[in-house]
Ligand binder design. Sequence first.
Ligand code: NAD
Ligand code: LMR
Length: 331
Amino acid sequence: MSAAKAPLQVTVTGAAGQIGYSLVFRIGSGEMFGPDQPVVLRLLEIEPAMPALAGTAMELDDCAFPLLAGIEMTTDLKVAFDGASWALLVGSVPRKAGMERNDLLSVNGGIFGPQGEAIAAHAASDVRVLVVGNPCNTNCLIARSHAPEVPDERWFAMTRLDRNRAATALAAKAGVPVGAVSHVAVWGNHSSTQFPDFENALVNGQPAPSVIGDDQWLKETFLSEIQQRGAKIIQARGASSAASAANAVVGSVQSILSPTPPGDCASLAVVSHGEYGRPEGLVFGYPVISDGKGWHVEEGLRHSAFAQQRIDATTEELLAERAAVSDLLGA
Ligand code: NAD
Ligand code: LMR
């Protein structure tokens, strides 16, 4: 019999919030890291949310999860990131109806520099960071700029929720179960300029545009529905997506840790090294292939002039966001 694994230290920021309330249970249950991997949850919150966080922790206890080896609740960045192998950066303010996600830059941007520094100083040497708090691409850029010691390939921002939305919409239009849709990636920013790449998506292994046979729907209805889906949920719920966002965090981590199935891709925003002509250093949504240990941006995909124009537009937005936060960037 092999020895039990040592517990994995997993930091969740904003753990008393909406997403946190769904996410921590899916980590504690073993769903995120597997049925033989014990975890310690390191939960960061701000002072006013500590009573609510204590309630969440009581509920975690009451689940009696065999894999949950400990819960640390703190307002201290050093304690939160101490020994962390995963840092899931959720804590921040969500947008309200009528706002774009990058309207949050001035509210949330300042959170991520100090967290980047604390990750560099206190996390485990194998730490990986997934930024969820919006605007997540640029918040990831800020955090990373304060942690130059942590290699580029350990930083991710979340486009998985957009990918899931796109897969569901394509499946509904094609009249197939969502599992028949693959190779869906979201290019660029997690914002209303994102490009959910229907051109390279597959339905039952065939190009989605030929299966769907309705270019106008793809270029207009589909594109705008995915770009605006977060806003539509805020309008309907009076609060931003939470359970689906937590589900996308689970999916993002699994897509990094598990080999990508042949013919498929993961959808993640990662630090650009100039792939597909995108500016270096931007945290850019790409199709990613993982072998379970490392990953790379998928090469060789082609885009029409229509798609290229959309990818250029989302690139411009990320450049403008980077310029807007220049005073928050580290070295
Ligand atoms: P929420 O307001 O319910 O919870 C946020 C939590 O963060 C609160 O409990 C708050 O106290 C805490 N917090 C605030 N500042 C903090 C700080 N400096 N350190 C630690 N914790 C802090 O919000 P939510 O619905 O859970 O959403 C969280 C973030 O995730 C928002 O920015 C939202 O826009 C974003 N989001 C991103 C995606 C995505 O796909 N990338 C999807 C959904 C939501
Ligand atoms: C989403 O996509 O649902 C989140 O980013 C929340 C938002 O502000 O849209």
